[in-house]
Write a protein that binds this ligand. Structure first.
Ligand code: ADP
Ligand code: MG
Length: 596
C-alpha cells in the first residue's frame, strides 16, 4: 500500500469520525444546562428517560441489529442494580462509577449465559427462554430483595453528583459515553457481525465470522448496557424495588425498542423519552398507567406488521435521506474500460488452458466425495483437483448436485463421505468459519448479503484484513459495484451478489467458489463480469470454481470444466475435450442448444 494513500486515508477518517465526539460533548453541555434549569420533578423524569434510553440502546443491538428476541432486558438491569446496591452496602472501593461498571460487567456475563440458548434457538423459542429467565429472576429477586433494602440503606451517590440535578448530569454523561461506545461498536467488526448474523447465519459463517461469537457478543453488550441502566436506576431511587424490573416491563421495553427502531442511537433516546412520557401523560389525564403498556403494544404491532418503525420514519423525514437514489444511479455504470474488455471477449473467444499453471500443486483436492440426502445420492464419488490460481467451470443440469458440492466443500454439510484437501490440509471436521479463514471462500446462489450494512462495511467485514479505503474503492470499481458509502439495502440483488464476489476476492482466498454469480445480471453485464473473472487469478492469485448456467460465460472464462450429472462426474478436463464428450452432449440435450 503506498504510504501517501494511507496518510490521506487516516486523515480523512479522523476528520469524519470526530463528529460523534462533538455531538456527545454538545449533549453533555446541554445536559449541564438542563441540570441547572429544570425543576425537581422534571429532573427525576429526565433521569428515568435517560436510564430507559440506555437499556433500549442495548435492545437496539441484540434485537435491532442482531435480530434476536430478548425479553429480559430489565432482568439485566436488575442485576446491575443489585451489584451496585451490594457494592454500596459493603462500601466497596472506587465509588459509584466503578460500581456501575461492575454492574455492567456482571450483567454482560449474565447476558452471555442467556445468549447460549440463542446459539440453537430463534424466534418464538428464544422469546420463551428469555421471558422464562426474566420470570425466574423476578421470583428470585422478590425473595432475596436488593442488598440493604431490608435495612433501608440507601445506595450512595458520588459526592459530586449527590442531589437529583447533579445526578441527572451524571446520567447524561453516562448516556453520552454509552452512545459513543455503541456508535463505534456498531461501525466496527462486531456491529457488522451482528447485522450479518441477523440476515443469514450461513452467509456470516462463510465470511469467516463465527456465528456463535456474533450472537454472544450482541447479548453481552446488550446486557451490559441493561446492567448500567439498572445501576443508574439504583443510584436514582437509592432503594431499588423488584417491582421496577418485572418481566412485563421488559416486554414493554422490547416493544418500545422495536417500535422506535432502537438500533439507531437517536431513536433509542426517543424510545427512552416515550417510555417516560406516555405513562406521565396518562397520569395527567387521570388514566390508569397500565394503559401505557397497551399503547406500546399497539404501536409495536403496527411496527412489526408494517415492517417500518417510528424511528426510521421520523429520521427519514428529518434527514431527508438521499442515498437511496444515488446508489441505484451508479449500478449500471461499469468502469470505462469494461466495454472494451467485453468487446474483446465476444463469444468466439474461448479460454484455453495455461499449461504452466496446471503444473502447480493443486489448491483443492476432492477424493470420493459422497453426499446422501435420505435415499438420494446428491453427490456420488466425486473426485477432481483444482490447480492453484486456475479457473474451473462446474456445470451440469439443474439438480445435478452443484450447490450440494459447494456446501460440502465449504463445510456446511459435514456428514459427507470422501476427503477434501485445501492445499495439503485435510478439511475434515472444520467448520465453515474455519475453512473461510483458511482461504476457502464461497458465494451463494441465494442472496446472503446483509442489507443493513453499507457496501464498504460489508467489504471490510468479509475481507477480514486491514484494507485502505483505496483498496476497497479499487475492487468495487473493478467489479462495477456502487461506491463504498452506498447502502446495500438500496442496491438490487444482482449487484449485491457482485459486491459479494468483490468482498470475497479482497479477502485474498486461495480458492473462491462462485455459485451462479451472473444470475440476476443482464447479458451485457454477463460479458463484463466474464472479463473480470478471467483476470482474477493473475490479479489476486486466487483459484476459481465457477458454477454457471450461461455457457457463453463458461466458455469464455473457464479453461477446464467438470460436468456433474445426477451427482456423478460425467467428464472433467480441458474445456474443448469436455464439451465434445458425447455423454456431456447427451446430458445437455434439451437443456440447452448452446453446445455446438
Ligand atoms: P444444483 O445446484 O446442481 O441445481 P443441488 O445441489 O441444489 O443441485 O441439488 C442436488 C440434488 O439434491 C437435488 O435433487 C436436490 O433436490 C437435492 N437436495 C439438495 N439439498 C437437499 C437437502 N437439504 N435435502 C434433501 N435433498 C436435497
Ligand atoms: Mg444450485
Amino acid at each position: 500500500m503506498p504510504h501517501a494513500d494511507r496518510t490521506r486515508f487516516t486523515e480523512s477518517r479522523g476528520y469524519r469520525l470526530s463528529w460523534p465526539f462533538v455531538v456527545a460533548a454538545a449533549a453533555i453541555g446541554v445536559g449541564y444546562l438542563l441540570s441547572v434549569g429544570l425543576n425537581g420533578y422534571f429532573v427525576f423524569l429526565a433521569i428515568s428517560a435517560i436510564i430507559a434510553s440506555i437499556a433500549i440502546l442495548g435492545l437496539g443491538i441484540v434485537t435491532g441489529s442482531a435480530g434476536m428476541i430478548a425479553l429480559c432486558q430489565l432482568t439485566f438491569a436488575a442485576i446491575g442494580a443489585w451489584i451496585v446496591s451490594l457494592l454500596s452496602v459493603i462500601h466497596a472501593p472506587g465509588g459509584f462509577v466503578v460500581w456501575l461498571l461492575a454492574g455492567g460487567i456482571a450483567a454482560g456475563l449474565a447476558g452471555i449465559l442467556v445468549g447460549l440458548p440463542a446459539l440453537r434457538l430463534r424466534g418464538v423459542n428464544l422469546a420463551v427462554v428469555t421471558l422464562g429467565f426474566a420470570a425466574a429472576a423476578d421470583v428470585t429477586l422478590v425473595q432475596i430483595q436488593f442488598p440493604g433494602s431490608a435495612d433501608g440503606i440507601a445506595v450512595e451517590r458520588p459526592e459530586l453528583f449527590s442531589n437529583d440535578r447533579q445526578f441527572f448530569f451524571l446520567a447524561v454523561i453516562v448516556l453520552a459515553v454509552c452512545a459513543l461506545a455503541v456508535f463505534f461498536l456498531q461501525r466496527g467488526r462486531w456491529g457488522s457481525s451482528w447485522k450479518a448474523v441477523a440476515f443469514s447465519e450461513r452467509g456470516t459463517a462463510a465470511s469467516g465470522q463465527s456465528v456463535q461469537s456474533a450472537k454472544l457478543s450482541a447479548f453481552a453488550v446488550s446486557a451490559a448496557l441493561g446492567g448500567i441502566a439498572g445501576g443508574l436506576l439504583a443510584g436514582q431511587v437509592q432503594l431499588p424495588l423488584a417491582a421496577s424490573f418485572t418481566p412485563l416491563q421488559s416486554l414493554a421495553l422490547y416493544v418500545l425498542a422495536i417500535m422506535s427502531g432502537a438500533h439507531l442511537i437517536d431513536m433509542a433516546i426517543l424510545g427512552g423519552i416515550l417510555w417516560v412520557l406516555v405513562p406521565e401523560l396518562l397520569k395527567r389525564w387521570e388514566v390508569d398507567q397500565n394503559w401505557g403498556f397497551v399503547v406500546f403494544g399497539i404501536l409495536g404491532v403496527q411496527a412489526l406488521t408494517s415492517g417500518t418503525n417510528l424511528g426510521q420514519t421520523v429520521r427519514d423525514l428529518i434527514w431527508k435521506r438521499t442515498d437511496r437514489k444515488t446508489a441505484n444511479a451508479t449500478l449500471s455504470a461499469l468502469p470505462p474500460d469494461a466495454g472494451a474488455d467485453a468487446a474483446a471477449i465476444t463469444t468466439t473467444t474461448t479460454a484455453t488452458v495455461d499449461e504452466a499453471a496446471l503444473d502447480g500443486a493443486p489448491v483443492l483436492t476432492v477424493e470420493g466425495l459422497t453426499v446422501q440426502f435420505g435415499a438420494l445420492k446428491a453427490l456420488d464419488d466425486v473426485s477432481f483437483q483444482v490447480p492453484a490460481a486456475s479457473i474451473m467451470g462446474l456445470i451440469g443440469p439443474n439438480g445435478a448436485g452443484k450447490s450440494t458440492f459447494v456446501d460440502a466443500i465449504s463445510g456446511f454439510l459435514p456428514k459427507h463421505g470422501g476427503r477434501v484437501l485445501l492445499g495439503d490440509r485435510d478439511l475434515a471436521g472444520l467448520s465453515p468459519t474455519r475453512r473461510a479463514r483458511l482461504g476457502l471462500r464461497r458465494t451463494f446462489q441465494q442472496d446472503r448479503v446483509p442489507p443493513a450494512l453499507t457496501v464498504g462495511a460489508y467489504v471490510r467485514f468479509v475481507a477480514r484484513r486491514r484494507l485502505a479505503a483505496s483498496d476497497i474503492d479499487e475492487v468495487l470499481e473493478f467489479f462495477g459495484c456502487p461506491p463504498a458509502r452506498a447502502r446495500l439495502s438500496s442496491v438490487d440483488v444482482g449487484t449485491r451478489r457482485l459486491v459479494e464476489v468483490a468482498a470475497n476476492v479482497v479477502s485474498r482466498p486461495r480458492l473462491l467458489i462462485l455459485d451462479e454469480p451472473a444470475a440476476g445480471l443482464s447479458h451485457d453485464e454477463h460479458l463484463a463480469l466474464a472479463a473480470r473473472l478471467r483476470e482474477l487469478p493473475t490479479r489476486y492469485g486466487v483459484a476459481l470454481i465457477i458454477i454457471e448456467h450461461d455457457l457463453d460465460l463458461v466458455r469464455s472464462v473457464c479453461p477446464t470444466l467438470t460436468v456433474l450429472d445426477f451427482g456423478r462426474v460425467l467428464a472433467s478436463g480441458p474445456q474443448a475435450e469436455v464439451l465434445a464428450n458425447p455423454d456431456v452432449v447427451k446430458a445437455y440435450m434439451g437443456e440447452t442448444e448452446l453446445l455446438k
